[in-house]
Design a protein around this ligand. Sequence first.
Ligand code: NAD
Ligand code: UDP
Length: 335
Amino acid sequence: MKILLTGGLGYIGSHTAVQALKDNYEVIIVDNLSNSKEEVVNKIRQITGKDVKFYKIDVCDKQKLELVFDENPDIFAVIHFAGFKAVGESVEKPLMYYQNNLISTINLLELMKKNGIVNFIFSSSATVYAPSKIMPLEESFPLEASNPYGRTKLFNEFILKDFQSANPEFNITLLRYFNPIGADDSGIIGEDPNGIPNNLMPYICKVAIGEFDHLDIFGNDYNTKDGTGVRDYIHVVDLATGHIKALKQIESNKNNGLKIYNLGTGKGYSVLDIVNTFNKVNGDLVKYEFTQRRAGDIDIYYASPKKAEKELGFKTEKTLEEMCKSSYNYVIKNK
Ligand code: NAD
Ligand code: UDP
């Protein structure tokens, strides 16, 4: 069964490509390398011992994208990872975010419809949930976005819902990811952000390898057990497996329609939990200082993974220790 992964050389896409190849799917990747490196193609081959077809194409370039569909008329499903994801940058350059994150989806849907390919899985995010006093977050909770990046995810969800209503033959699954960290056990692929990382784990890793002196913890006066922010961290390999489960659901149930699932563990860990666990499993490598809260951050959120468990048979397997160990293993092997 052939699947097309847009953004398949990025952090989550590459791990999903590996899981899909291990599960005997044929994988085609389209990526414009705006936030990844071509060498990841060979790394995916190295880990799996299997071939993968790669097109260096911008998903927003509809003419070039059409060639991929022309050459591969037997694609079963598209998993759409391609997109920009930096919240701060989206505030500075909103049009760049709307352009890339929305046009890419519209192009894909138009070409899929033209070519009779009806199965689509979308990388959405927990960022689409409105602030909530009630935890865990369930798929039916109110939605709201507080920055242009979040709005691109929310608008994509609306576009996909409208499109699916108008085209009921389409099976569309929206996967709302919580905070992916960790890396493949091989240490060959992992998270490789350009420049100074915005996210917690990549920053911790840079401190651990001595690129930065210490971690700034943004706020220790939140209403949480230790005052630092609480999130639902999910191992990227578990997250990748969630995509395979969503594919299997579509395969086994021809009239799937539109489905929405959280992909998280259902557990909340604080920033201090993460730093302490990282130091416990990797040696005492990360010093920290408390600084001011980061604008826009909230104190606590985590997923209810019940719907994904019940309907997809999705259950995370990896521990926080494994997340911290594999993140560090990747950076030391690739520094
Ligand atoms: P990433 O930046 O590592 O991967 C995205 C990939 O898409 C990159 O390889 C990039 O080169 C490619 N790309 C971007 N625009 C493209 C275009 N127009 N045409 C072709 N390729 C393009 O990001 P990631 O962390 O792997 O995230 C994948 C998806 O999951 C994104 O849509 C992101 O918004 C979403 N998501 C990520 C997180 C997270 O914390 N990492 C959380 C929730 C949702
Ligand atoms: N965080 C931090 N220092 C950093 C980066 C992040 O203290 O250098 C905190 C942030 O305030 C939040 C948590 O770590 O409580 C996760 O942040 P991240 O940016 O990784 O993900 P978010 O949940 O904000 O998307």
